[in-house]
Write a protein that binds this ligand. Sequence first.
Ligand SMILES: Cc1ncc(COP(=O)(O)O)c(C=O)c1O
Length: 440
Amino acid sequence: MTNTQKPDLSHLWMPFTANKQFKADPRLLVGAKGMYYTTTEGQQVLDATAGLWCVNAGHGREEISTAIANQTRTLDYAPSFQIGHTDSFRAAQAIAQLMPNGLDRIFFTNSGSEAVDTALKIAIAYHRARGEGQRTRLIGRERGYHGVGFGGISVGGISNNRRNFSSMLLPHVDHLPHTHNLEQNAFTRGQPEWGAHLADELENIIALHDASTIAAVIVEPMAGSTGVLVPPKGYLERLRAITAKHGILLIFDEVITAFGRLGYNTASEMLGITPDLITLAKGISNAAVPAGAVAVHRDIHDTILDASANGIEFFHGYTYSAHPLATAAILATLEIYEREQLFERARALSPYLENAAHQLKGRPHVIDIRNIGLVAGIELESRPQAPGARAAEAFQKCFDKGVLIRYTGDTIAISPPLIVTEEQIDQIFDTLAEVLTTID
Ligand SMILES: Cc1ncc(COP(=O)(O)O)c(C=O)c1O
């Protein structure tokens, strides 16, 4: 069977997909190069979403493919427990160089979900190592997305992801309010002026539970998966100040925001805020091989290591932590980012994307446009009794017109690879503008 023939679709249970609907009218990809996907019909589709916010250097990068292919021939796999391989240390160093000061100890995972669960465990282990084992409470945020592990859905704030498992979520978790507010912030360009005070809710949560029971606060600097929620000016700064005051660790989930998505190494760098841990995945390997990591402040790392006289200091890890193919992909990816100055490119293109996105103001159904870095969110008014239906229709129609967008609920998210051109940005928003006029 050639690659372009349609396979039997019945066996695959697709993740986060309306399976029955999809299989009735499938969209299948068979190739990708640069900014474009190729479908089974041979249609070229402009990738306005960098896959799932992850193919930051564009598709089919030869250097990454070559590095992976060479790696399979020289060292296909190496155990990561009690033995190492040289590139795992090089990859850790290369990542550490991009992290804020001090966050230079790297723990490898295979995904963002694993990075989140790993970071939560490190936070708990750290307090225990310091003799504060009672600090086990974790604080997430409404509308947060931290992957699908039990830790991630517990601190996450998406009811669809939690409902089935509500009695089995991690105990002792609380949530900050989300920062989305259309009345105050609709059509803000960049970071909203209103909303920093929402961080003060953390003081109330601390007053309720007592700081001595709280291990960590975890937030996405920009909440991507729940509809591009841009942090209000001063909000993350306040979270940092409050957590520091109470000895609570601050975890930034930068699975989306790191590696150039906002035009910087990390959102932490962009905003000048240093958390205690950063979770990473997606753009870390240009998504060519599944990979993730946690960047940990060296004091946290040292505290956990120093608490054990000998033997394994942290009972955690994955068969595929620092998989040789992943570290090969990471090293090749980070080299491309550096050589092609892709983060600077994203930063320079951000105002263009902002302008193009905000041109949609006044188009049918558009009730908000938000943007930061090379990300834009366009929120549509929900159709009565059918939330999400308008954005789903826009997704389908844009795809038919050769542009892949993404949607969550009724918010459309645009996050192209960092190699996108101004003409391609125009194409994305022109297509969207046209499609919106055809939707009731
Ligand atoms: C902020 C954030 N954290 C964690 C995850 C989970 O990553 P993965 O799907 O690789 O497990 C995602 C995925 O979109 C994410 O956006």
